[in-house]
Each structure stands twice: as C-alpha cells, then as structure tokens.
Design a protein around this ligand. Structure first.
Ligand code: SAH
Length: 274
C-alpha cells in the first residue's frame, strides 16, 4: 500500500470485491446516470462506477489522495474530482462552471462513519425541508448500528429519531453485511451497505416543522413514556385523551409509534397546541 490511511479522515479502504459488486448492482447504474461519490479514497469504487454511467462527480477531502486520483483517472472525460469537505462545499455553486456534472441523480459512497448523519441529512434534507430535487437512490456503506437504525421497525430498541426522520423521506433497505475484516485498516465496528430511496410520504404532516420537533422531544429520554417526554408540549392528561382517540396506548414510548402514528399525532397536537 503506497498511501498510509489517515485516521482523521476516517480512511478505511474496502478490499472485498464481492461487496464492491453488490454496491454497484444495488445502485442499478445506467448510461443516463449522473453519480456523486463522496470520499473516493484510492478509487476502488470510483473505477467501477464510471464505465456504467454518464457522469461521475467525486468529492474527496484529502489533498494527497486527490493528486493520486487525478494521476490515475484525470484523463477520463466523464469523471470530475472536486477537492474539499463534502459537508462544507456548496455544490450547486461550484458546479456552475461544470454544468455537465450538475444535477446528479444518484449517490454511491463509502463514507467516513463519524459524519454519516450529517451526510444523510445533506442528501435527503429534513422533514421540514426535504431536498428540492430528491435523488433516485443513495447507496452507502455505514456502521452496522446505523444501518440497523435506518431500517428499524417500531417496538424495537434501535428504532429512534433517526429512523422516523429518515423513513419519512425515504425507503431504506440493507443490501449486505460487511465485516470489519473487509477493510484495510480494519475498523473497530462492522458495517453494512444500505440503499436509501427517497420518496414522498403518503399524506404528509400538515406541519412538517412541528413533526420534526415533536420527534426530537418524543425520543428525548428513551426510558420515559411519551406523555412525560412531551410534557413541554402538552399536559399528560390531554395527551392521554388524544392518544386514546388515535388508538395509541397512553403508556406508549416513542419507540412504539409507527411513522403513520407520528404523523397523526403531529396533526392532532398541532391543532390543539397552536
Ligand atoms: N471509498 C474508498 C475510501 C473510503 S474511506 C474505499 O471504499 O476504499 C473514506 C474516504 O472519505 C476517505 O478517502 C477520506 O479521505 C474521505 N473523506 C473523509 N471526510 C470527508 C469529507 N468531509 N468530504 C469528502 N471526503 C471525505
């Protein structure tokens, strides 16, 4: 290995060819796709993407890696590399000078785990402000615990605020498990490949901003019942009435409510509290 992986940028090279195959297959790439890759590293995923797609835009934070990538793939005309922090870059603005690479419709990435949440939020938006042009799909390598949370169903320990917020905006599925030994250097945690497919939720919340904060409040303390977590929003007795009306057990905790129940609750509470 001619490049020493840097810890501060979460660099772990994926070395399992079958996992790389699975990532490519699940992204269902075609010749019209304009793909964004975040954190190409040494390019193991990168070089598998550009043969299949119209354009590939990659964003890499590490200057030395960028030099390597340019030396390796700089001549490929459907490939554009931007150096910078994906979370900080204003892509629409930067891409004004590269209109061919604008409007990407898919994301494929093996990202650093410490910024998974902010990356997902930047790609999907929030309940109160979804991405203006939803992507067709996002295929990501994430820490197993995060993947489990994204696909969790109610009444499950790992079903949390992240679950509800992401599932409001997208369908999530686990593509495959990726054990720590499939990376160099070996990380401390196992991983999974997830596919996130943005879509509009049926019968959306009347007040998405309110729903967003309700979820946050509701999950504030996992051991507490919803009634107690939501005390700052509504009196417990009043909430009991509303929960009963909605067919939800008044002893429920946040993790017991389905996405639909969160939306219903938000619509009801918004009416009585505003
Ligand atoms: N995709 C490669 C590398 C994965 S490691 C592979 O599968 O082997 C994560 C990569 O993300 C590294 O190359 C790291 O330098 C890059 N990276 C880390 N933080 C980043 C950020 N904020 N923006 C863009 N790239 C980042």
């Amino acid at each position: 290995m001619s490049f020493r992986p840097r810890k501060q940028f979460g660099q772990h090279w994926l070395k399992n060819q079958q996992v790389l195959d699975q990532i490519i297959i699940s992204a269902q790439l075609n010749k019209l796709d304009r793909v964004l890759e975040i954190g190409p590293g040494l390019g193991v995923l990168t070089e598998r993407i550009f043969p299949y797609v119209d354009k590939l835009l990659a964003v890499e934070i590490d200057r030395d890696l960028c030099k390597k990538l340019v030396a390796k793939y700089g001549k490929i005309d459907n490939f554009l590399l931007l150096e910078g922090d994906f979370l900080e870059l204003n892509l629409p603005e930067m891409l004004q000078s590269f209109p061919n690479f604008n409007n990407f419709n898919k994301v494929v990435a093996n990202i650093p785990y410490n910024i998974t949440g902010p990356i997902i939020e930047k790609l999907l938006g929030r309940i109160s402000k979804p991405a203006e042009k939803p992507l067709d799909s996002i295929v990501l390598l994430v820490q197993k615990e995060v993947g489990d949370r994204l696909v969790a169903t109610p009444n499950n320990k790992v079903y949390g605020a992240l679950t509800v917020k992401v599932q409001y905006l997208a369908d999530c599925e686990i593509v495959c498990d990726v054990p720590a030994r499939d990376f160099y250097p070996k990380p401390k945690v196992d991983s999974v490949v997830v596919k996130i497919t943005p879509r509009n939720v049926e019968n959306p919340a009347h007040n998405p901003k309110f729903l967003d904060s309700l979820i946050k409040q509701g999950f504030a303390s996992r051991r507490k019942m919803l009634k107690n977590n939501l005390k700052p929003v509504i009196e417990p007795e009043k909430l009991t009435e509303i929960l009963t009306e909605l067919g939800i057990n008044d002893q429920a905790r946040a993790e017991n409510l389905s996405l639909r129940e969160w939306i219903n609750l938000s619509n009801h509470l918004d009416k009585v509290t505003s």
